[in-house]
Design a protein around this ligand. Structure first.
Ligand SMILES: [Zn+2]
Length: 65
């Protein structure tokens, strides 16, 4: 295996290094911020896929039966 992992930034598709990359999987802080902004504006929301946690998925000590 190689120590280098070729990858492309999911935002700008620019080949970015994985090793030593503080913003992986993005190529730079700029693209990371763009991605975060996309999430904030719900552009990445998939219809029908709720990011909310249902009460049954919470750690409820009274629901161990
Ligand atoms: Zn990028």
């Amino acid at each position: 295996m190689s120590s280098r992992t070729p990858m492309n930034c999911p935002i700008c598709k620019t080949p970015a290094n994985w090793e030593g990359n503080h913003w992986r999987p993005f190529c730079s802080e700029r693209c990371q911020l763009i991605d975060l902004g996309a999430w904030a504006s719900e552009e990445y929301r998939v219809p029908g896929q709720s990011l909310l946690v249902t009460p049954s998925e919470l750690d409820d000590p009274e629901d161990l039966s």
